[in-house]
Structure formats: C-alpha cells, structure tokens
Design a protein around this ligand. Structure first.
Ligand code: FPP
Length: 249
C-alpha cells in the first residue's frame, strides 16, 4: 500500500509549511553541477508538492523560498534565484489558475528586483479569486523581520491611541503578522537532514509538528510528502494536555 492510500482523509492538515533545503548539495553530490542547477530542479519539486496538496485537500502551503539571510549569498546565486523565480511564475501561473491555487507572498518583497515584484503582483492578481489552495512564498522573509515589524506597528498604533496596551493579546499580535490571513501550520517539514528552524514562522509554529527528512529538496516528491502527512497523522497532538484528556475521534 502506498503512503497516499494509507492516509486518513479526515485528518489532513489545513496548513503545511516547508523549509526547502538541499538544492546545492543535490546538484553537487548527484551531478557535480553548480548550485543553480539544484535550484532549477527544486522548482520542479515546488510544482509536485503543490499538486500533492491539491490532491489531499491541504488548504495552505507555505514555502521558504528566500530568507532575509539568503541576501548574503554570492551575487550570482542571488541573481539566478531571482531569475528562476520569474521564470517559474511565468511558466506556472496558468497551471495555478486551472487548479484553483491562489498565489500569496510574505516577506520584505520591496527588496526584490523590480521585474520580480511586477511578475509576482501580476500572478497574485491573476490568481486572487482562487480558493482551493493558498500557496504562500516566503521571499526575503525571516521571523525576526516579521516580528520586529509587527511590534513596531503595535507600538505606533498604541502611541497614536488606536489601541491600548491592555488590548495586546495573541489574537491582536496575530493580526499584525504577515500571516494574518492564514491559520497556523499544523505541520512543518524540513528537507536535507538539517534540524533547524532558521528564522522561519517562529510565532506560528508554536504547536506545529516538526518533520525532518534526510531527502534533499529536489528529490522530495509526492510520495515523500504523503509519508510526512502519514507520520503527522500518527503523532499525538496534546497541546499541553495529557493523553487521557484528548477526545478520541
Ligand atoms: C535551499 O537549498 C534552497 C533555497 C535557498 C532556495 C529555494 C528555492 C527553490 C526551491 C527554487 C525556486 C523556488 C521557487 C518558488 C520558484 P540550499 O541552496 O541552501 O541547499 P544546500 O543546503 O544544499 O546548499
């Protein structure tokens, strides 16, 4: 039986977040090629995992495509990643539309090159009425950037008298985050064997299940994704309670 066939269709996570890691190593180890080759293959995995989410009915998929820290990579690699982003958006927008996928971004998008911003905006506009799956690309994103911005805005609104400090609670903080329209992920996947969170969705993953796999991102196909969901379904999510308090479904 495949992992897909083994899944409980009643317990599919609504939101899966992914740290796509291992493109560079994949290219070097498997083909002795440069890192860009790995990223191009990584873009194919993005397509496969988006399809897998549609097949299962996952409603939100959030991918760490470019972190704030990635700006420090060699200029040639940064430029190649930006070009790949534009190429992939151009190639995939029709397909996203056909499959009911709405494109979204989180991050300091203004730092991206102008043509990237333009193509992202166009793709977001074209797909804005789709409602089957929200595909969020975290671009020039880091949690500390997001939290700093949120705290600054909360402080400003308090100073302007729009909110009072006593109103600050988890719901209000959530409403100041880049992910304000997205529920927290139930599952976070990181590929390539690294066991770090790398400044990704730190507030949002408070209760997420973490899944780490040795598989490098370009090799992470649908069945690997279904395996991660299968493992998620076999974990007990207690949210601080004890087993006996959980309602048996
Ligand atoms: C991490 O692998 C990957 C990235 C920093 C970029 C992710 C980009 C893609 C998957 C391709 C394009 C994406 C879209 C949305 C079109 P790494 O380079 O850090 O790998 P390494 O750890 O082996 O060096």
């Amino acid at each position: 039986m495949t992992y897909k066939e083994s899944l409980n269709k009643e317990n599919i996570p609504r939101h899966v977040a992914v740290i796509m890691d291992g493109n560079g190593r994949w290219a070097k180890q498997k083909f002795g090629r440069n890192r860009i080759f790995g990223h191009a293959k990584g873009a194919d995995s993005v397509r496969n995992i988006t399809e897998a989410c549609r097949e299962l009915g996952v409603e939100y998929l959030t991918l760490y495509a470019f972190s704030t820290e990635n700006w420090s990579r060699p200029k040639t690699e940064v430029n190649a990643l930006m070009k790949l982003l534009v190429k992939t958006i151009k190639r995939e927008t029709n397909e996203l539309n056909k499959n009911g996928v709405k494109l979204n971004t989180i991050g300091d998008i203004e730092r991206l090159p102008d043509d990237c911003i333009r193509h992202l905006q166009e793709a977001k506009e074209t797909t804005k009425n789709n409602s089957k799956l929200v595909l969020t690309l975290a671009l020039s994103y880091s949690s500390r950037w997001e939290l700093t911005k949120a705290i600054k805005n909360i402080a400003q609104d308090a100073a302007d008298g729009k909110i009072s400090p006593s109103e600050v609670n988890e719901t209000l903080i959530h409403s100041y985050l880049a992910t304000k329209d997205i529920p927290d992920p139930e599952l976070l996947i990181r590929t390539s064997g690294e066991k770090r969170i790398s400044n990704y969705l730190l507030w949002q993953i408070a209760y997420s299940e973490l899944y780490f796999t040795e598989t490098l991102w370009p090799d992470f196909g649908k069945e690997e994704f279904f395996k991660a969901i299968y493992e998620f379904q076999n974990r007990e999510r207690r949210f601080g309670k004890i087993s006996e308090q959980l309602v048996v479904k």
